[in-house]
Design a protein around this ligand. Structure first.
Ligand SMILES: [Zn+2]
Length: 407
């Protein structure tokens, strides 16, 4: 019958494989195809390729294939076992699927494309008509393949960063390749043990060749990098430092506003974002407000100027001049009588040697931040990352730049 030939071609069957039966169910919108290795036909041993006698046929298995004109398409087959004089009895490999898969290769490829295009597991699942377990299974296998195929090429700059996972103080640690713009590994929480685990995804040779690692001032990151990549520079991320300064300015504003309100002065009301922004990013309204407040001798004005001045630090090319600049800035900051500012200034001083490294490498976690927003999106569009493993797989699936397809 011609439909048998047609399905044989669609599945890419090579003789002596043949389609034995095709059953079409209009009620269930389903096509079922029985594929057979004829009894008595010699079969190649999967170990050595030698033609052997067929020992027997295993119990029937099924694979989901790409839909045929919106008909769910299922392949059934009893796979033959070869009896090799050297290797014993082994089930042969089939051309349409990987071992232990419930789906054909073509279906998995399509599912991977679909998941990547939509970035929305919920929607993809609906279109593919498969269960959550099956989605996780396909993604898990794809990532496994990708990690296995990933080559240990040198990585010049790494970024290590934390990301919120669940509500509250729950974090994950993300290791990324800054130039390659990809996630290398993800670990649960951000404590020393997990952080140590992410370095394990690199070979010793790769570790030796990393020039620098961008990170915030989290002790577990610093200590573990020092232990596992002692030859790489640490570069504290400039955006994290700006964030610390911004927070300090905000604390000053909050306290001062509260005191002024008590005296029934409300001109600091609604100015939170004015002080968090750089001068260049002010709106017209914010610029006017600043002009208005400039001569009020405000604490928050002083705090803001100290923060604003520090941005000049990043423009230096030479460590000596940057150090000189810092010394003056530090004097001003620590004599400001603004406790939050003094605290951050001291923290910066303590980490200064790993901040000056920025001038040499000019790296930040900004690339990682881009990946982070993608990670955020993965979390937002997918319900039910109840367990960390599925979350890690989704991150590597979407942000790992891995080769995911089955053969
Ligand atoms: Zn053999």
């Amino acid at each position: 019958m011609r439909d048998k030939d047609l399905y044989g071609q669609v599945l890419g069957l090579v003789k002596p494989w043949e389609v034995k039966e095709v059953k079409l169910s209009m009620e269930e919108l389903k096509v079922e195809i029985w594929v057979e290795w004829p009894k008595g036909k010699e079969v190649a041993c999967p170990e050595c390729g030698e033609l052997c006698v067929t020992h027997d046929h295993r119990e029937e298995r099924s694979w989901r294939h790409l839909d045929t004109c919106q008909f769910k398409t299922i392949i059934h087959c009893r796979m033959p076992r070869a009896k090799c004089p050297s290797h014993g009895i082994n089930t042969i490999k089939v051309a349409w699927a990987e071992a232990h898969s419930r789906f054909t290769n073509m279906f998995e490829r399509f599912a991977i494309d679909m998941l990547q295009a939509s970035q929305n597991r919920d929607k993809a699942r609906e279109i593919l008509k498969i269960s959550w377990d099956e989605i996780n299974h396909i993604m898990g296998k794809a990532v496994q393949r990708g990690l296995k195929r990933r080559r240990a090429e040198p990585i010049e700059y790494l970024g290590i960063d934390e990301k919120n996972f669940r509500k509250g103080h729950s974090y994950i640690t993300v290791l990324s390749d800054l130039k390659g713009g990809r996630v290398i590994e993800v670990a649960e929480d951000r404590e020393k043990e997990s952080v140590s685990m992410v370095w394990g995804s690199l070979t010793q040779e790769q570790k030796d060749k990393v020039r620098a690692i961008a990170m915030d001032m989290w002790p577990a990151f610093i200590n573990s990098a020092g232990e596992y990549l002692p030859n790489s520079d640490i570069v504290h991320d400039k955006f994290h430092i700006s964030k610390h300064l911004g927070k300090a300015v905000d604390k000053v504003r909050y306290k001062e506003n509260k005191m002024l309100i008590k005296e029934e002065i409300d001109f600091l009301k609604g100015t939170k974002y004015l002080w968090l922004k750089k001068k260049d990013n002010w709106t017209e309204g914010e610029r006017n407000k600043f002009q208005e407040l400039k001569n009020e001798q405000l604490d928050v004005g002083r705090a803001w100027s100290i923060k604003e001045l520090f941005t000049k630090f990043w423009a230096y090319n030479y460590k000596t001049s940057a150090r000189k600049f810092f010394k003056r800035w530090y004097f001003w900051a620590t004599h400001s009588r603004l406790k939050p500012i003094i605290e951050v200034a001291k923290m910066i001083k303590e980490h200064l040697s790993n901040i000056l490294t920025y001038l040499k490498h000019r790296i930040t976690n900004a690339v990682a931040e881009g990946l982070n927003s993608k990670i955020q999106q993965i979390k937002a569009t997918a319900r039910g990352f109840r367990n960390f493993d599925n979350y890690r797989i989704a991150i590597l699936f979407h942000c790992g730049k891995l080769s995911l397809y089955p053969q």
